[in-house]
Design a protein around this ligand. Structure first.
Ligand code: FAD
Length: 289
């Protein structure tokens, strides 16, 4: 459906301030490349999300979800239909006797949230302070680092399916695996996460976070536009090792200004584009990663 028609329909069900047309996705992804989203929404209420899902379903409009865009590569020709960025940011903390239950909106940024929890003396998120995504995106990917992963602190996940039905998925039913979950299979939208954190020593927790962050700064090109590590581990195959052994580390694509080959495919300089990033990722795939 034409984007102007979608816009004129949407302003009947949500505030026009939450809608933009031809939104540059390079502003919403850490790769900093990619085309425009035809219709872009930033929604902070479940009611709005339900209404948009209903509208998209009834009119067979493609609906793409985005968090902080730190694990996506948007194609150069952009995204058709509706792109929905979740802006649910409520946090509720319940201190129980032996642990802390925290209900957190899917749009909260993991680094800020991890530090906030640490400063309250709540332990569990030390591994997550350097992962630059929303907590919703991190749950879907079962993001992890330094021996920790999201599944280790989750109690349940509140989500909505594409027909608008709400579900609470217990951790045992969420099929968490390495960088995967049931949500990457069923495409449900994560709205809120219930976490179970432990009481800890604030100084010890902050020390652990600082150690992990220092390691990251030393070993990873975190200031380059990228989506972090592009290649996943496969059984005994460690991508960083394979790339290095094949002499591909630091290689650029021929005639490509600034996209380098490493464990992290990253784009740099104005002329990089998504097509070239995909080509480079495929080149690495040809060596088995
Ligand atoms: C510098 C850098 C370092 C990184 N380090 C790590 C690391 O150590 N460990 C790690 O695991 N990852 C790492 N990443 C990758 C990325 O930050 C994580 O995967 C992060 O969890 C993605 O969250 P996001 O909000 O950015 O998701 P997005 O990139 O916006 O989305 C990723 C996927 O999740 C879906 N999605 C997003 N939000 C929701 C939602 N609420 N409900 C349902 N689906 C949703 C999207 O549709 C998309 O398919 C790194 C990335 C960068 C740029």
């Amino acid at each position: 459906m034409d984007k102007d028609k979608i816009y004129s329909d949407l302003i009947k069900i949500i505030s026009p301030q939450k809608i933009s047309i031809d939104e540059p996705m390079k502003e919403h992804t850490t790769f900093k490349i990619g085309g425009n989203a035809d219709v872009f929404l930033k929604l902070d209420s479940v009611e709005d999300i339900k209404n948009v899902l209903k509208y998209a379903k009834e009119n067979s409009i493609l609906l793409t979800i985005i968090g902080n865009g730190s694990n996506v590569l948007v194609k150069d020709n952009g995204i058709r239909g509706i792109t929905l960025k979740l802006d649910l940011k409520e946090i509720q903390v319940h201190e129980e006797v032996e642990f802390i239950s925290v209900y957190v909106g899917a749009g909260i940024m993991l680094p800020k949230f991890s530090i906030e929890m640490a400063n309250n003396g709540y332990s569990g998120l030390e591994f997550a302070a350097g992962i630059p995504g929303t907590i919703g995106g991190a749950v879907r990917m079962n993001a992890g680092a330094y021996g920790g992963e999201m599944s280790s602190i989750i109690d349940s996940v509140i989500c909505i399916d594409r027909d608008g039905n709400l579900h609470e998925v217990k951790k045992e039913d969420a099929e968490f695996r390495y960088r995967k979950s049931i949500f990457s299979k069923n495409n449900w939208i994560i709205l809120q996460i219930k976490l179970k954190l432990k009481y800890g020593n604030k100084d010890e927790i902050n020390k652990k976070i600082k150690y992990n962050m220092d390691e990251r700064k030393q070993k990873q090109p975190i200031n380059m536009p990228s989506a972090g590590s592009t290649f996943k581990r496969k059984e005994n195959l460690i991508p960083a090792k394979v790339i290095e052994e094949c002499g591909l580390k630091g290689k650029r694509l021929r005639r490509c200004n600034g996209i380098r080959c490493s464990l992290w495919v990253y784009s740099k300089f104005g002329r990089s584009n998504s097509k070239r990033c995909i080509r480079l990722s495929r080149a690495n795939k040809s060596i088995g990663i």
